[in-house]
Ligand binder design. Sequence first.
Ligand code: UDP
Length: 329
Amino acid sequence: MARCLVTGGAGFIGSHLTENLLAAGHQVVVLDNLSTGQQDNLKGLLANPNLTFRSGSITDPVLLAEVVHDVDAIYHLAAAVGVKLVADDPVRTIETNIYPTETLLRLAVQGGCKPFFLASTSEVFGKNPKERWTEEDDLHLGPTSRPRWAYGCSKAIDEFLALAYYRKYGLPVVIARFFNVVGPRQVGHYGMVIPRFVDQALNGGPVVVYDDGGQIRCFAHVREVVESIMKLMGTPAAAGKVFNIGSDEPWSIRELAEAVIARVDPKIRIEYLPYSQAYGDDFEDVRRRVPDVSRLEQTIGTKPRLGLEAILDDIIAWKRQQRASTTAR
Ligand code: UDP
């Protein structure tokens, strides 16, 4: 049994990770300021004596030192996330994503090189035109005048820092680049497409697709992503490496909208909205984002495999249940 710190543990991915760590018999300290996370995500876990919830910000170095002191391993997931949030508040993105990571890495070394998981993102690849992206591919970020790239750039700095701590101090860091992780508890306020489409469809439509809907993404179920994180952290050969974690099944956003509509109500229509109206004039999208996950598969013997249809069924069932319980209250 280990004592684990999960920063951002009340968030979408963090709360699923917390649940799995507790189920595996570990003790978990969650640090979250509930800015984008919600205490409700830990509902059912808060009574567990192996869980400690600390409300606070990762930008508070004194608090970080205190929580790191009490743990054996660190899972750093707290960050400013979501294309919409990042476009709206680039200062918060940079301040939340860079300095606290550096502080945490230093504390991990000072505490005797505690195993460190760093959540990164497929955004670091930027607009790389390759069909499938391997971890060693070049980063193609856009200009600094477009706030979107602040997110990928801030996470790339985190990766450089973590790898430097691995090389210089032997800190066992595992870095994962998430590719469009989805599932129950994800909310649409920060731009994420699936919860938005599902909410729009359950409200009777229309489903609002940006641009022409020809942009390509791969969607992975959070359950499989969290399993991959835990396997990587249990594999010594993963230390000092970057891993793509995601599904490698490409879907266009138009096909995604059609799949949601087919499940909720085939009469719902699609509306197309230009990016300038969705995000403003200085926005740029990534046209195609498909990972090569062979490094992950070779290292842990598995990769996210659940197909989009099954993922959508799970999310729609969860949303329906959530709506029913809100109405019943
Ligand atoms: N998207 C959309 N409608 C929405 C939200 C997003 O058509 O209400 C598109 C968005 O332009 C992008 C894709 O869906 O091409 C995935 O968006 P998301 O923000 O979920 O993730 P991204 O891959 O852009 O980080």
